[in-house]
Design a protein around this ligand. Structure first.
Ligand SMILES: [Zn+2]
Length: 70
């Protein structure tokens, strides 16, 4: 059936599970700055959220409270 393995991530704002590709990565840099990471390669702790203004805003707001992120 499905032989392609799609990495799924959970949106930290609305908690929906979506393919990683459809999500935006938000990172907290070692400097403590929280920003959207379009490349997925920025240093720091990352979280994923939907590609919508609403979720991005919530994710950024919630970010400092998040502890376990990959
Ligand atoms: Zn979301």
């Amino acid at each position: 059936m499905a032989d392609k393995k799609i990495p799924m991530r959970q949106c930290v704002a609305c908690r929906a599970h979506k393919p990683k590709k459809e999500l935006i990565r938000v990172v907290r840099t070692p400097e403590g700055e929280v920003k959207v990471d379009p490349t997925g390669k920025a240093n720091g702790r990352g979280a994923y959220c939907c590609n919508s203004d609403d979720c991005i805003k919530k994710a950024i707001k919630r970010f400092p409270e998040l502890e376990v992120l990959r």
